[in-house]
Design a protein around this ligand. Sequence first.
Ligand code: LLP
Length: 421
Amino acid sequence: MDHFLYRDGALYAEDVPVSEIAAQVGTPFYVYSAATLTRHFRLFDEALDGIDHLVCYAMKAASNLAIVKLLGDLGAGMDVVSGGEYARARAAGVPGERIVFSGVGKTREEMRAALTGGIRQFNVESEPELEALNAVALDLGTRAPITIRVNPDVDAKTHAKIATGKSENKFGIPIAKARAAYAQAAAMKGIEVVGIDVHIGSQLTELAPFRAAYEKVAELTQQLRADGHNIRRLDLGGGLGIPYTRSNEAPPLPTDYGAMVKEVLGDLGCEIEIEPGRLIAGNAGLLVSSVIYVKEGEGRDFLILDAAMNDLIRPAMYDAHHDIVPVNEAAPGALPARYDIVGPVCESGDTFAKGRDMPALAPNELVAFRSAGAYGAVMASEYNSRPLIPEVLVMGDHFAVIRERPSLEEMLNRDSIPVWL
Ligand code: LLP
């Protein structure tokens, strides 16, 4: 459920007409609903009621400081994957003890910054990383709390570009080698083993792959405890999928997921961490865009928008589907139309949808891409020298620009021409 609903034919973000934001901010822009973000965080938090847990929002999904602060103030922890995300979490007021650091390529500088600023744990993904972290921690005269991310060799049954739990993927240490890696970690003076981490992929629409992975983690927990390790935390990653269309079968709900987690892992006496990103932010955001032209092609009509693949790359990158709806619902009797919906970027890949049925639209009319809150703004680029688009947060009947649209001058001023040119 989200808070983007029609009232009298006009699309609202909570209690604010989307067209009003467009009039003030200009298009294209992203808009997020605070109520939806809050609701989705609470769904997860409540799904794990009765078990010691921390929901660590995967900031990579949408990392605007205002979003991070909103979730942090609700009690969320953060899953970060770079020094930049770590800095954002801290700037948004999230204490270090609620931040977990994931990622296959943490640099020594990033480790140092997190160890100095405060960190809950590093999710270590390789033996060389373990050695580097040990060295950095010893140098700082401290011990780094860690889990080891294990690769359970489970098929997440999702898009190949976002599956991470198969042995051919770059992520984690093969589960068969985990005991050796933990033995190595336990012998390091700068390392403190606190648990196990696993993350098998994103946009999972079934519970079975999660269950398969978590059963392996449960077994490993027993083995590692028998080996003498104090396994007290299990980080289960993120990955629960969201509905991208209104018609398709709904993925499992956080409550189903939570019940399964308790069933498989509840008896181990471990604190549970989860790292959802998409489910919290995905359906909490829209991308709003205007029609520039309607162009008649050969056997098809093109709806040319002012948003492009640089603003929302998911359709070009993963063939992802986003529902695209008119901001002002068509009057009854309006002509139906079928469009290829495209942006202005000079690549055929800049296509958001093909053969989409919707009411006929005219230039300057507004459309909204649903489910654009996660992996939307964060994956944007300035390709074709199109400045990054603004982000807006709505709460009740007010809204705020949480990232301004840079002027062309600001964009140009980041470059410099060497004096010798
Ligand atoms: N934890 C780790 C270690 C991850 O790598 C990810 C996502 C998450 C948590 C959050 O997963 P989520 O709950 O959002 O599924 N750009 C792609 C998605 C990439 C996901 C990468 N890792 C897309 O637009 O579909």
